[in-house]
Design a protein around this ligand. Sequence first.
Ligand code: AMP
Ligand code: MG
Length: 311
Amino acid sequence: MSRIYDPTSKNIQKAAELLRAGALVAMPTETVYGLACDAANSEAVARLYAAKDRPQFNPLIAHICDLETAKHEGVFNQGALGLAHQVWPGPLTLVTPLAPTHTVCDLARAGLSSIALRVPAHPVARALLTAFGGPLVAPSANPSGQISPTSAAHVAKDMGDKVDFILDGGACEIGLESTIISCLSDTPQILRYGAYQAPDIFFAEQDKRKPDAPGALSRHYAPKATLRLNAAYPEGKEAYLGFGPALIHSTLNLSEAGNLNEAAANLFHMLRRLDETWPAIAVAPIPKTGLGLAINDRLTRAATRESISHD
Ligand code: AMP
Ligand code: MG
């Protein structure tokens, strides 16, 4: 049974320690309660997707303690800097190009070369980020498709023993997700409307030109190589991305033990590595259960080169 803890400095240190060991910790933010884990630890991120029962790998928001630290993860243009100075700490997420010094893992970014960053305002989230000392991904602490939690009791009820530790910061002030603004080009563009109300003049033109469904803007990582799925063996000039005990030679293997968690953690960086040198990739069958659903979803989209929408 999951336990709820008061945000004393001792409990915050304990939560930071657990996060360093790869645990899932629920933390209050001013928007909603987030299910946090070490953004640099792909095994922990895979557990987080599994705990939320997400059938897709959507890129996650990396929560950071301050702008200076955020600059290690993303490249801030003038627009991004202006918005960060104006709103952070606060309910605004900025999407920027990935910085060469980034630590956030491929799986947390769903393989993208951009990154979503936010400095939250809630004192408990800030204390935890400072104690932890690195970025935390923290999507809403509820199973996929359910309502976002705004109290520690909601989290305990919704996530049960899938969450290792819950920090109780009282009821969330805002109760609405952060606004997401892309700063990938010189003109910032709203990807999701949320708790921060962006000035109209700034964004009105784009919005008229391109009415976007919330969060549906970003394209996902698509390999240059062609992908063939459910392949029993490679043909011609194909690399083979295996899964499970190697009966035939795999160029790379997502998980020799046939562990879906390990396969999810390896998926994006292995695809990237193969894509660097091979024109075509054949992928072994992956079971369509648990995290296997998200892995198959991502592979299918990569094979058909579709963009995907987010929840
Ligand atoms: P949440 O579900 O509140 O954790 O928000 C995550 C959302 O952030 C995703 O569903 C995307 O819409 C958005 N997001 C995260 N990373 C990126 C990115 N690199 N580019 C565009 N949108 C992103
Ligand atoms: Mg949510």
